[in-house]
Design a protein around this ligand. Sequence first.
Ligand code: NAD
Ligand code: MG
Length: 435
Amino acid sequence: RRQRFRKPFTGPWRNPGPGGRIPDRGTIVLLPHLARMIRQKNVSILGATGSIGDSTLSVIRQHPDRFRIVSLTCHSSVEKLCELVHEFRPEKVSVHSTSEARHVREAFPELEVFSGKEGLINIAEDPDAQIVVAGIVGSAGLFPTFSAVSSGKNVALANKEPLVMAGRLFIEEASKSGAKILPTDSEHNAIFQVLNGRTQDKIRKLVLTASGGPFRDLPLEQFPHIRLEDALSHPNWEMGNKITIDSATMMNKGLEVIEARWLFDMPVEKIEVVIHRESIIHSMVEFCDGSTLAQLGFPDMRIPISYCLGWPDRLELELPNLDLTKIGSLNFSSVEPTRYPCLELAIDAARMDRSVPAVLNGANEAVVESYLKGHLHFVEIAKLLQDVMSGYQSISQKPDCPSYLRDIQTLEDAVKADQWGREEAQQRMQKRVAA
Ligand code: NAD
Ligand code: MG
């Protein structure tokens, strides 16, 4: 299918600055322009056309003097990417295929256009960027996000799956390269804001809040009647499809427990999940003296993203004030395990550590992809994943179990373990169709 593109852009490539003219003559005119350029942080966005990309660009639109977009990537929404190129004038982009890259080059002859996995890595390593926003969905973000970390950037990390697959490698790489991983997922960002440099040894536990998703009140006997569109309507957040399904099963919260384990160097036993239906408290930290500190705000990803972009400063954001008198009450309850079997699976994987989270992540991505295509029923998601994990338990006991299923030493191990989980899930889904 041929994509439609806007006509080539012929105006000035860089933002012309206040007054709409590029200051080209005389020091007096040039100085404010230079000062602004020095103050500006250069930002790359991996996954610019998704929900995290949208929220990031919305923050940057409010702060054109603070941030300059230098590079963007997308998978298949090339038309949307072209609109972003038109608006933000980056220097580089990366798209999925070489044919899409050719079309983008025709539309924007001055733009450097890359494609495929190498293209993503080129953007992640872009020497012009100081901040990389990791907003690709799923394991596809593994290599580019790792490259951004290896290049010593500030990485605003929303894309949690790579950390689930290879958390130890990410943390070790960041300490070698000097990269700062800025937790962007709202719960982790809340903890990041609360900790603000405090020492970890004073923490009694981390409390991750969870909305409970669209089925938190649905009687369990109604679960067999859940439709895809019900699972896709999250009560509090607007997000991409994969994370929305993960939120309905609460696999998302399980992945977040693993994410928190790495980001805050916290044993899994010290990470608790509570249901908080209003999604106003984004997470809490209980300290050794019994004090609990929380971060509150509307469920809007622009808040954690702006904190990461501005860090260590805070940026102004044009958002309504949080008026707790209007909200009235904040509710908390414990998680019912029978309602959310995927959360238990992920917490078990977190406890077992090594290759288990990567296997579960791959299986979950395959099952959710199939569910989004309408090939499965909602209740089958957890059953299939339970089967894959039982299959993993038996292979991991065998003497000929491959090393990548025992531990993750390299990114390639993480990919293979993820792939193993994916293929196991696919085989089980095929058997189910054949039966
Ligand atoms: P999305 O589906 O809306 O966007 C995904 C982006 O990644 C798009 O730009 C898409 O073009 C790109 N992409 C998809 N597949 C790709 C591939 N194979 N190779 C390269 N690029 C690819 O997803 P999202 O909701 O923005 O989520 C992105 C990540 O952030 C996920 O890991 C999610 O868990 C995490 N996250 C999202 C939110 C949110 O509010 N959306 C909140 C917290 C964490
Ligand atoms: Mg989250």
